[in-house]
Design a protein. Structure first.
Length: 143
């Protein structure tokens, strides 16, 4: 466990690798997209004594270290996912809550227009589009 990239990054900051930190990172990678509460649930299945505050602090630290990032996919807690993943745009269904991903090229023209006309650089990893998924949209049309 001490030879992991996490251990190296922590050591450079004068911190040590703890089992809790490793478990939180593994949970984020295992879950793909997860809220702190979902990460906490996954971690407590392995180590019952880890509290939610530790999970929140660890997620903040992992984000500072550049290992995870977050986006807001609802009005609730942020959703964390591994940085190593390719960047993507999140499609969030307001009806069923499903989260899908599309290639950032999909919003490329919009991002280019915003940069050209406003000097605004879009952080694609934080883009979330809300609407209805194909399944829920079909049900809406039938209603």
């Amino acid at each position: 466990m001490s030879d992991t990239p996490l251990a190296e990054l922590l050591r450079k900051r004068g911190l040590r690798l703890t089992a809790q930190r490793q478990l939180v990172l593994e949970a984020v990678y295992g879950l793909g997209h997860a809220t702190p509460e979902q990460v906490h649930q996954a971690v407590t299945e392995v180590a019952a004594g880890v509290n939610i505050t530790t999970v929140y602090r660890t997620l903040e630290l992992l984000e500072e270290l550049g290992l995870v990032t977050h986006t807001h996919l609802s009005h609730g807690s942020p959703t964390y996912h591994p940085v190593g993943e390719r960047q993507h745009v999140h499609l969030v269904c307001r009806s069923c809550g499903s989260v899908d991903e599309v290639d950032p090229i999909t919003v490329g023209p919009l991002a280019e227009t915003l940069q050209r006309e406003r000097g605004f650089l879009v952080d694609i990893g934080h883009v979330a589009l809300f609407g209805l998924c194909a399944g829920c949209g079909t049900h809406e049309e039938a209603s």
